[in-house]
Every structure is written in C-alpha cells, then in structure tokens.
Design a protein around this ligand. Structure first.
Ligand code: DOR
Ligand code: ZN
Length: 435
C-alpha cells in the first residue's frame, strides 16, 4: 500500500522541516518527505497521480505533522473498562491526532507485573487504533512500600515508571527508583503531591475555595514534592520527569534545577494553561482534577515555562470517568478530565496567542516526549512508522463531549469553540478520516 500526501505544509520539528511538500508512505513506513518549490510540485504531482496503486491525500490548507505522542494517558484497562478500554481510549487518541500513547499503571490490577504489561501490549496490538507504550508502577500496587520489579517491567516493554494518581511517599524508595532509572535509562515520572497537605481537598486552596466553601489543596502540596524529587535527582543523577505541573512555584523550582544542570524534564496539560479555579464557581465536577487548576498567576507562569523550555512537554493526563463517578456532589466526585480529543486544539491556542511558534508547540507533542521516553516515534524521518496527523489549523469546532470517541465524556471544555481540527490520522500507515 502506497500513500502520497500532497500540497500540505509539512512541519517536522525533529528535523527542523517547515514547508509545502509531499510525504510518501509505503508499507506502513515513511519513505520520503520532499519539500519542493512550487514549480517542481506541479510536475511531480502530475507524474505521481498517474500511478494507480497510489492513494493520494490532498492536504491543501492543512498542516502535516508527525502523529502526536501522549506520554500521560489513562486507558483504564484492565479493571476499569466501564470508564475506558484500550480499544476506546486509542480510538479517542487517534481522533485527537495521537498515534502513540503511554498508559499509566493505576489500573486494576496495577501494572506492576510482566503479565499486566504483556496484556496491555497484546490487547493494543489486537484492538488499538494507535501504538500503546505501557508505563510500569514504581512500587508494588502503588503502595510506596516496595519497589516493583523494574528491570523485568522494562524488559517486557515499559517505557517509564510512575505511581501516577499517587505520589511515592517514601523518599528512600524514590531514591532507589531514581538510581535504577539511571542504570536503565528509563525516566521516573513523578506525581508530586504531599498527601498530608492535600487530604480532603477538592480544588485549589485560595480565595475561590473559601468563597465556595470547598476544601482546598495548597500549591505547596505539589511544590514540596517537586523540591524533594529534584533533590533526589541531584543526589542520584537519575532521570526524573515531573508530571502535570500546575503551579508557578513548581515552574520556578524546575527552571532553577535545569539551570543547575539537574537531569529533569517536565510536562503540563492543556487544562493548566486554559483554566483557573474561578471556573469552579459552577460547581461542575468536570473541572475537578488532581492537581487542581490554579490561578491566573500560575497560568501565566506555566505559559512562560512552556515558552522558555522549562516545561518540555504538553501531555493530556487523559483521565476518563463514567458519568456516575462525576455526577455526584463535588466532594465525592472523581478527579480527572477526558483530554485526548481536545488537547491539540487547546495547545494551538498558545500559538494563536504568540506564546509558542508552531514548531515549538508541535515539538512538545511529538519529538520531545519521544526523546524523553526513548521511543521511535514523533518524527517524519525516512524509515519511521507512518504516523501522521493532518490538521486544518483554520477550521473551528465546538467541543461536544457527547460525540467523543472516548467513553469518558468528562470535559470542562464543553461548548468551547476551538480552532484547529484533526482531519486525518495515519497510524502505522492506516488512514483514519474524520471529515
Ligand atoms: O485528576 C486525576 N485523575 N489526577 C490523577 O492524578 C489521576 C487521574 C485518574 O487516574 O483519574
Ligand atoms: Zn495522570
């Protein structure tokens, strides 16, 4: 099977490419990317159009980019199939322009064994619409009592370790995990939360939580753990990645650590640069997420951190929940946002506002996470898997969670008008047409 994508603006930050051109795909791999002058383009297209075994995709007016890579997704399987499955979660990913997702281990059972890792990989190969890379637990059952068998997990296909959903409360265990991360060259992804400080909290602690009468989670609950893990990273020389950065204080700590040469990377998610705690005046539980959305000052700091490179990656933290887990009083509703199908368009707003240029933005959703995880994705270089997103950057859509392909309809962006629609996703050469 051969595919030719023509007339699109090809942007591949992995090779600093930005220009109108053509992408040739053969047998699920990228054969060639050609950026051409206008004259050559007409001649070549005519020639190739005559070749009948070729599927031609006209990407006029669109950007053609490497398939997006999400290094922080919750697929919920095994154990919580009523919230999401590998099948529905990867379909939602493809719908959002993603061709690779890394799934967090807070399933049931937890992904702390070879059996669970192999199950996920097998299921994804059978039923998935994109590539799935499992993330193994740092500690057995995510209990912070005993390290999981990291080496075996790595050998069976885990690309990182995390107890996401929970912090590693035991600093000695975290130290050991970081020591192993250095040996295995696999990142430790830290969910930074001091559970004593956050206990009972449901939103950001501050003026708005006081007015609403809801228990707050102070910014320090995150920042204390960021500071601890940076200290442990310095101590061990390990490979640390900070998940879902939500506060200005965390951005400042990570920036200083990078200046001191500490081996740390960081991600944030679209909700942390798109929302503030003021949105919670609606008491809509779709805004309930952990860590919570913060204040304008934090939003500005996160944008600045993305701009100056302190924050390397935009991940989704796609956390789908069943309506019954959200349709509750605020205190008892589940934390999490279904994010795969809105992430790219929300991120694109940063480009619209002049905070990032298109290439910087796309890098944060493609090659940079791939490099952190050491996975062969996020690039249009010859020989790579044919993983591509074709996006119309001018077309607008109104977010309608009832039409999400994810089982999780829990989006705080319901009704938002967003610019930038994913028209097609090509995953390992398979074309999904969303138009
Ligand atoms: O909001 C969240 N939801 N934060 C987490 O850390 C976990 C996630 C989930 O698994 O639902
Ligand atoms: Zn998460």
């Amino acid at each position: 099977m051969k595919i030719l994508i023509k007339n699109g603006r090809i942007i591949d930050p992995s090779r600093d490419i930005d220009g109108i051109g053509e992408v040739f795909i053969e047998n699920g791999k990228i054969k060639e990317v050609k950026i051409q002058s206008a004259k050559l383009r007409t001649q070549n297209s005519k020639l190739r159009t005559q070749n009948s075994e070729l599927k031609i995709i006209d990407a006029s007016g669109c950007i053609v980019i490497p398939g997006l890579v999400d290094m922080h997704t919750h697929l919920r399987e095994p154990g919580f199939e009523y919230k999401e499955t590998i099948k529905t979660g990867t379909k939602a990913a493809a719908r959002g322009g993603f061709t690779a997702v890394c799934c967090m281990p807070n399933t049931n059972p937890v992904n702390d064994t070879i059996a669970v890792t192999e199950f996920i990989i097998k299921k994804a190969l059978q039923e998935g619409s994109c590539t799935v890379f499992p993330i193994g637990a740092i500690t057995k059952s995510q209990k912070s009592e005993e390290l999981a068998e990291l080496e075996a997990l790595k050998r069976s296909g885990c690309v990182a370790f995390s107890d996401d959903g929970r912090p590693v409360t035991n600093s000695l265990i975290m130290r050991h995990a970081l020591e192993y991360s250095k040996i295995f060259d696999v990142p430790i992804i830290s969910h930074c939360e001091d559970l004593y400080l956050s206990e009972g909290g449901v939103m950001n602690e501050g003026f708005v939580s006081t007015i609403l009468g809801l228990r707050g989670i102070p910014k320090a609950a995150e920042e204390i753990m960021v500071a601890r893990d940076l200290a442990l990273c310095q101590l061990t020389g390990g490979k640390l990645h900070i998940a879902h950065v939500s506060t200005k204080g965390s951005v400042d700590l990570i920036r200083q650590a990078k200046e001191r040469g500490i081996n740390v990377t960081a991600e944030t998610c679209p909700h942390y640069f798109s929302l503030t705690d003021e949105s919670l005046v609606s008491y809509d539980t779709n805004f309930k997420v952990n860590p919570p959305v913060r204040t304008e000052k934090d939003v500005e700091a996160i944008k600045q951190g993305l701009k100056d490179g302190t924050i390397d990656v935009i991940a989704t933290d796609h956390a789908p929940h069943h309506i019954d887990d959200k349709n509750k009083e605020f205190d008892t509703a589940a934390f999490g946002i279904s994010g795969l199908e809105t992430a790219f368009a929300l991120g694109l707003q940063l480009v619209g506002k002049g905070i990032l240029d298109l290439k910087q933005f796309i890098a944060k959703m493609t090659i940079t996470p791939s490099k952190i995880l050491n996975i062969p994705k996020g690039s249009l270089s010859s020989g790579s898997d044919a993983d591509i997103a074709i996006i119309n950057p001018e077309s607008t859509t109104i977010v309608d969670p009832s039409r999400f392909l994810s089982k999780g309809k829990n989006s705080p962006f319901n009704g938002w008008t967003l610019k930038g629609s994913v028209e097609k996703t090509i995953s390992m050469g398979k074309v999904y047409d969303w138009t």
